[in-house]
Design a binder for this molecule. Structure first.
Ligand SMILES: [Zn+2]
Length: 330
């Protein structure tokens, strides 16, 4: 991930400290965890003058580009997000050019079978193979049963039971392979569900604040991005480093300060009816189109960050014209 942040800063052409208002103060909903923040310290001087202190701008999230085809791993060094459903059947695995992350493929498995057919033991064997043969595996998602209506219908279980299965699965994977970078994932639907999921992990002895990354599932299918944004705010305020599954431009536009990373394959749907390259009938499977889509998204976030954390005006050199004006002043 450090690789990507470096890349982002290069793409942005800027980094460092800017003078800023509180993060997102002008556009983010002031409720939930954010509203509970301690008030900003008063930096007024004795004479009442306000001093604006420099506030470090949050780093931009790493964006993992969702890809259908495993051989993309050997074609680009952009951070890729690949499903286990795609990788598992591949006999000769590609060698990755850049960092990549593994999706457990849970949505397909749960909505197709109503249960996990891949056991934790099989999943751990698969991840070890990818680590050794593909290389550069940054992290892998645990096997979490998501909580969308579609998934609940297929399993016939409640959100509470899905969360219990999630925590149990994480404990199994951690016990089977403590050396693998498998991340825990929150599951739920509404804000209280995610808080409850955090309590379940804590009750099982998992200190999520010590995890390098914690996934947040099911938020990409919420009917609006406000609810998802509040959930991410709540979890960020707990001191967690979050990955937002299936989160793209609209959601990141307001929630980027709260997430360490996100992924999406939305480029493929967007490109289905476009012809940019002129060499194929659509861009739904075009790597060049996907990379361009990712760059646009990152530049969009750079613009938003620049507006949220504006740089102080650079001191201007005094010109002869200024000096003339000074002399002319009464
Ligand atoms: Zn193309």
């Amino acid at each position: 991930m450090a690789h990507d942040l470096k890349e982002l800063n290069t793409e942005a052409g800027e980094s460092g400290v800017r003078t800023a208002r509180r993060p997102g103060a002008d556009r983010l909903p002031q409720s939930g965890a954010f509203a509970r923040d301690a008030p900003a310290p008063d930096h007024s001087t004795a004479c009442g003058e306000n001093i604006t202190l420099p506030v470090p701008e949050p780093p931009l999230p790493t964006f993992w580009l969702g890809a259908h085809r495993p051989h993309r791993l050997k074609q680009t060094n952009a951070p890729l997000f690949i499903s286990n459903r795609q990788l598992a059947p591949v006999r000769t695995l590609p060698r990755a050019l850049g960092p990549w992350a593994l999706d457990s493929g849970g949505f397909t498995e749960i909505t197709k079978y109503g249960e996990w057919r891949t056991t934790p033991q099989q999943y751990v064997r698969q991840i070890r193979r990818y680590r050794d043969e593909v290389g550069q595996l940054a992290w892998a998602s645990q096997q979490d049963p998501m909580c969308e209506d579609e998934a609940l219908r297929m399993t016939g279980l409640s959100i509470d039971q899905h969360q219990d299965l999630t925590v149990t699965n994480f404990l199994s994977l951690r016990w089977l392979a403590p050396e693998l970078p498998i991340i825990p994932v929150f599951q739920g639907w509404l804000r209280p569900h995610y808080v409850r999921c955090a309590e379940k992990f804590a009750a099982a002895g998992v200190d999520l604040t010590r995890e390098p990354l914690v996934g947040v599932g099911s938020i990409c299918r919420l009917p609006n991005t406000f609810t998802a944004g509040w959930i991410l705010q709540d979890l960020h305020a707990m001191g967690l480093k979050l990955h937002a599954f299936g989160y793209k431009k609209t959601g990141l536009a307001s929630s980027w300060p709260y997430v360490a990373s996100a992924d999406s394959m939305a480029w493929s749907k967007a490109g289905r009816y476009e012809r940019v390259c002129g060499t194929h009938s659509g861009e739904a499977n075009c790597l060049s189109y996907a990379q361009s889509w990712r760059r646009d998204l990152l530049h969009h976030l750079v613009d938003i960050r620049a507006r949220t954390y504006p740089r102080p005006a650079e001191p201007r050199a005094i010109t002869a014209h200024d000096a003339d004006d000074a002399h002319a002043a009464p």
